[in-house]
Ligand binder design. Structure first.
Ligand code: GLP
Length: 241
């Protein structure tokens, strides 16, 4: 586990973009595991800037996103497909057919989860998986539980997560109660994990997840068992260490 401490959010975004860009440069046909949430937005902005400067080429890149809300259409402005289009895909030359986000509208969500696992397998797994972290240590939408869910699955969101995400919706009732998310096995099989964390409000969970016991009650703690994890965090997020 390697921790990169940066001064602030902008420096965190720049360092995380450096690491992701290095994957694209060294392996132009790499498979990027991508994440949503507010934390990686600055990183995506930096990647777009480098693409515009001709530094990065996404034409052979494939992407797989971690998760999607159940019941939101790709055109819904809070869906994760919309987020990815808006914050990255629409601004770089990744081929639309090479981008993957679970289908939140699938009539049979279990079948959609099985299909998604097959997509990841058929791509040979991810070269790097970007992860943000929820305040309760969730990764993707793997919420605290009594076991680590393995493959892509449907999950009931916890009240904490619904509360945290309510700011993006008109009312709390509008926040979907379920999501489709990659499981912990999908995440752990990535060849490199890139965790991005920012802000003092994340300091307690950073300490718990990376320096506390490995437990499904803190899903991110499993990352301590991965051989190749880079944590890029600003000083505020590391302030409890
Ligand atoms: C959501 C996403 C996670 C993300 C988390 C933290 O619940 N499913 O993938 O890591 O929010 O988001 P933020 O970066 O806004 O704190």
């Amino acid at each position: 586990m390697k921790i990169y401490s940066t001064k602030d959010y902008d420096a965190m975004s720049r360092k995380a973009a450096d690491i992701l860009a290095s994957h694209v440069i060294l392996k132009p046909d790499c498979v990027l595991g991508l994440a949503t949430g507010s934390t990686p937005i600055g990183m995506y902005k930096q990647l777009i800037e480098w693409y515009n400067q001709g530094v990065l080429d996404f034409s052979l890149v494939h992407t797989v996103n971690l998760d999607e809300y159940r019941g939101l259409a790709p055109t819904h402005d809070q869906s994760y497909r919309y987020f990815m289009q808006h914050n990255l895909f629409d601004h770089v030359n990744v081929k639309p057919e090479n981008t993957n986000v679970p289908n939140g509208l699938a009539a049979d969500p279990e079948a959609e989860c099985a299909r998604y696992d097959q997509v990841i397998d058929s791509l040979g797994g991810t070269d790097v998986q970007v992860l943000g972290m929820g305040h309760n240590g969730h990764i993707g939408f793997n919420e605290p539980a009594d076991h680590f869910p393995l493959g892509t699955h449907v999950v009931d969101l916890t009240d904490t997560t619904i509360d945290a995400n309510a700011r993006f919706f008109a009312t709390r009732d509008d926040v979907p109660k379920q999501a489709l998310t990659m499981g912990v096995k999908n995440i752990m099989q990535s060849r490199h994990i890139l965790v991005v964390v920012s802000g003092a409000d994340k300091a307690p969970i950073v300490k718990k997840a990376f320096f506390g016991p490995v437990t499904p009650q803190v899903p991110a703690s499993i990352l301590q068992l991965h051989p190749n994890v880079s944590i890029v965090a600003d000083e505020a997020a590391l302030s409890a260490l």
